[in-house]
Design a protein around this ligand. Structure first.
Ligand code: AMP
Ligand code: MG
Length: 346
């Protein structure tokens, strides 16, 4: 079978337009960096006196995290965990923290976020680029060991069964956004925008005093925007079926977010999920999990847990927004939309 593959690069655009005070803007000293890390294009931009040093330190931090969290680098924590043959492995504070969040959100979403899907992702070719559609029995065999409840984790010690393997692709960029934000704050930066392959984290306001604006990609035309959202010290993180996928000869599309129940691309009626909140790693974990869960379960999760806002795009093209975004989302084209409210049920 012949496959056509597609991996999105820097799809979320940051709109830097807006009316501000040009005099104040001219005073600020921006520093920026473009880099390719964690299999994606990243851009960091910080304003202020110490911006150059802050950006430099942030780049180094990203490289270190990339090394620590990579599944393929034989020096990484993840590689050590995945190749320990069932023995306990000591991990860095970063790995321990990221695992803690992933395990917690995995539990809260009844396993929709599942960081132990790596063997299934590999057999589909999402980790290697050698795409194929595995047969049902192969997936079933692999799925027996894909269960985050098999991870035993206490402090800096992590143990998984011999056959289990972890992958942090669903959470690593959100964690990295938080880490970069922290470095910027330590350097006294009060205005910065961090774009990690379309996952955006905004710090403070733009140098002209206006709010950062983040573009939300249209999953049906990924080179266009569906609309924009303001980001006020927030992460804006998207999971979508357009970000990494392949198509077979029959034109069927297979995307990189898998439903842990079936081991196949999650197909619960959503094309994209954007989560907005203060904590990047949580938003990242949630964007993946809510994509798997579908609109109704995502709405229930939001009503029960709160602490974030979300924008869902269904495969039918409807946009469902939680009520905190009702006045904030600015569509770029005519859209069918509905608001998800606290005081209603599905
Ligand atoms: P994201 O773009 O944050 O939604 O992350 C997607 C990535 O997470 C994929 O490329 C896989 O590496 C991994 N992944 C796929 N499905 C899941 C899942 N259900 N739970 C956790 N990680 C997943
Ligand atoms: Mg994610």
């Amino acid at each position: 079978m012949k496959y056509r593959a597609f991996a999105a690069s820097l799809l979320t655009l940051i709109l830097l337009t807006g009316c501000g005070d040009p005099a104040q803007e001219a005073d600020s000293a921006p520093a920026s960096a473009d880099l390719f890390a964690m299999d994606t294009y990243m851009n960091l931009k910080a304003y202020g006196k110490d911006a150059s040093a802050a950006v430099k330190e942030a780049e180094e931090r990203i490289r270190t995290l990339e090394q620590t969290l990579s599944v393929t680098d034989s020096q990484s924590d993840l590689y050590a965990i995945n190749h320990a043959d069932g023995a306990a492995v000591r991990v860095s504070a970063d790995t321990a923290a990221i695992l803690e969040t992933a395990e917690r959100i995995g539990q809260n979403t009844n396993g929709a976020l599942c960081i132990s899907l790596y063997p299934v992702l590999r057999t589909w070719g999402f980790t290697t680029g050698e795409y194929r559609v595995p047969d049902a029995s192969e997936i079933e065999n692999l799925l027996q060991f894909c269960d985050d409840r098999l991870i035993s984790h206490e402090g800096d010690s992590v143990t998984i069964p011999k056959e289990t393997e972890l992958d942090l692709g669903a959470v690593a960029k959100g964690y990295t956004g938080d880490a970069v934000t922290e470095i910027f704050k330590q350097h006294g930066i009060t205005s910065a925008i961090i774009n990690l392959g379309g996952n955006v984290q905004a710090l403070g306001k733009k140098p002209d005093g206006s709010t950062w604006t983040v573009g939300v990609t249209d999953p049906f035309s990924p080179d266009q925007l569906l609309g924009t959202l303001p980001a006020d010290n927030q992460a804006v993180i998207t999971s979508g079926n357009y970000e990494r996928y392949f198509t077979d000869d029959g034109g069927n599309r297979y995307w990189h977010i898998l439903d842990p129940e079936t081991g196949a691309p999650a197909d619960n009626g959503l094309a994209a999920v954007t989560v907005i909140g203060e904590c990047g790693v949580e938003c990242d974990a949630l964007s993946t999990a809510l994509f798997v869960m579908g609109t109704d379960a995502a709405a229930d999760y939001w009503r029960q847990n709160g602490g974030f806002e979300m924008l869902l795009v269904t495969t039918d093209g409807e946009v469902c927004l939680t009520e905190g975004l009702e006045q904030k989302f600015q569509p770029k084209r005519e859209l069918q939309s509905r608001v998800i409210r606290h005081d209603e049920t599905n």
